[in-house]
Write a protein that binds this ligand. Structure first.
Ligand SMILES: [Zn+2]
Length: 99
């Protein structure tokens, strides 16, 4: 595995939002394409609740890297687990298919 800094991980998905502002005469009210944005939010679920966290623009790249690290680490753990099942059982694993 390429080195992943396990201290720098964030679970979630980054989404972009385009929003209306409060000004009545602003172009964003007239044309959809004139909505303000992108604004970034980290979406993540905890205890069956979805949490949206606003991410300031200057933190977006950092958050993206942390999310990538999380996903890489998770992928690594998943692969390692499968390898270890094979190692422990000393044979290939047949997947049980539930009917
Ligand atoms: Zn506006």
């Amino acid at each position: 595995m390429k080195t992943v800094d396990v201290q720098k991980i964030i679970r979630g998905t980054l989404i972009e939002r385009y929003l209306y502002c409060r000004l009545k005469d602003c172009d964003c009210r007239k044309k959809k394409k004139k909505k303000h944005g992108p604004h970034y939010y980290l979406v993540c679920s905890k205890n069956r609740k979805t949490i949206h966290t606003y991410i300031p623009k200057d933190k977006v790249e950092t958050v993206k890297l942390h999310i990538e690290n999380y996903n890489k680490l998770w992928q690594y753990i998943d692969n390692k687990s499968e390898e270890n099942i094979i190692k422990v059982l000393k044979r290939k694993v047949k997947k049980d298919v539930k009917k």
